[in-house]
Design a binder for this molecule. Structure first.
Ligand code: CP3
Length: 340
């Protein structure tokens, strides 16, 4: 079994440095496009045989050190009663947007085996088919990031409605966050029970908040989720996009691994995080560099990652559909070769 990823999660310095890629199963990959050509995205997420198939594709094509469940952070949001659609070019659409107490009261708690059986079945198939070749990462969106999609009705530029609810009706916002915290914790525990060997909690949009707002409106909920996962002994990665101004507070979330985007260099992040395990942090657009330039960037990230307690190589955000998959494979090979 290739357990370099899990050992690094637990704080062990591992050589070669393990690498996986956020959104590694996705539109940049011709094999994914082939499957996606036969079905829409949500149906793909809800068909365990197909979801398992596209999960394994990047393991075979790229040689990454971990597989990540193919699904979406918005799947449990749909399962508790919010309409979800993915429209070409517009991203996710949630309807109706959740902006009032009455709308929150119409949502319900999650019973994973009943509400999202396809996710758990995908995990069970994957553990069989991966045959311990690489570990399987499960994931969820963190409550605040899920709340932004629900309140805004989809992606947003400045998150006005989210902040409006936070400031105007804090009790309503708190009720939504409490619900999403319970949903996320149950959902992740069910994934672990089905066979997920590590967890990544995506808090993509928490970086839009100031330090004090993050500390009051995000951190306590994330801590509650971490505490319930910790009881299982399963390592958890916590990723915030554009979270540089929050490092001291993100550390308090008590994740085993802190995911970094490309905006802060690992060396600088560690000065504020202390000797933690980090994941990251190549700019996804660095994959457009010629090979020599890419090699230089990888070398430097590996050097800085060496300063951390341990390091898992990844991009600083998801791989872009415009990137040639051969370049992603080259990246994985470079990480392995340069850190051997
Ligand atoms: O990493 C992986 O390979 C696992 C699968 C995965 C997907 N989404 C598949 C996906 C994971 C872990 C996610 C997480 C996710 N989804 C996040 C957090 C991470 C991040 O990117 O910040 C967020 C914010 C979402 C919500 C979401 N899903 C958006 C905004 C979009 C539309 C944008 C886009 O890239 O099209 C999606 C769709 C989506 N999720 C696709 C995939 C492969 C593309 C769907 C397609 O095939 O058309």
């Amino acid at each position: 079994m290739n357990d370099t990823f899990l050992r690094a999660c637990m704080g062990e310095k591992v050589r070669p440095v393990p690498v996986w890629i956020m959104r590694q199963a996705g539109r940049y990959l011709p094999d994914y496009q082939k499957v996606r050509g036969t079905t829409d995205f949500l149906t793909l997420c809800k068909t365990p045989e197909l979801a398992a198939k596209v999960t394994i594709q990047p393991v075979d094509v790229l040689g990454v050190d971990a597989a990540i469940l193919f699904s979406d952070i918005l799947i449990p949001v749909e399962a508790i009663g919010t309409g979800l659609a993915f429209s070409e070019g517009r991203g996710p659409v949630l309807s109706p947007p959740v902006t009032t107490d009455a709308a929150i009261k119409r949502l319900h708690a999650i019973e994973p085996e009943k509400d999202v059986p396809f996710v758990l079945e995908t995990i069970r198939i994957l553990r069989k088919e991966l045959k311990n070749k690489v570990p399987l990462i499960g994931f969820a969106g963190a409550p605040f990031t899920l709340a932004t999609y629900m309140i805004e009705g989809g992606s947003s530029k400045n998150f006005v409605n989210t902040k409006k609810m936070m400031y105007e009706t804090p009790a309503v916002f708190n009720r939504l966050m409490n619900l999403l915290t319970d949903v996320t914790a149950s959902y992740l525990l069910a994934q672990i029970k089905a066979g997920a060997q590590a967890i990544q909690l995506f808090d993509t949009w928490a970086g839009i908040l100031s330090g004090p707002d993050y500390e009051k409106c995000v951190l306590p909920y994330v801590q509650r989720i971490m505490d319930s996962i910790k009881q299982t002994g399963t390592p958890c990665i916590y990723f915030v996009l554009d979270g540089g101004h929050l490092f001291e507070k993100i550390k308090l979330a008590r994740a085993d691994v802190i995911g970094l985007d490309w905006r802060t260099e690992i060396e600088d992040a560690l000065k504020r995080l202390g000797p933690v395990t980090v994941q990251g942090n190549l700019d996804p657009c660095a994959l457009f560099l010629p090979e020599e330039g890419l090699k230089g960037r990888v070398d430097e990230i590996l050097r800085q990652g060496g300063l951390a307690r341990s390091h898992i190589f990844n991009l600083g955000h998801g791989v872009l559909p415009e990137v040639p998959y051969q370049k992603v494979k080259l990246l994985v090979d470079l990480v392995h070769k340069l850190s051997a």
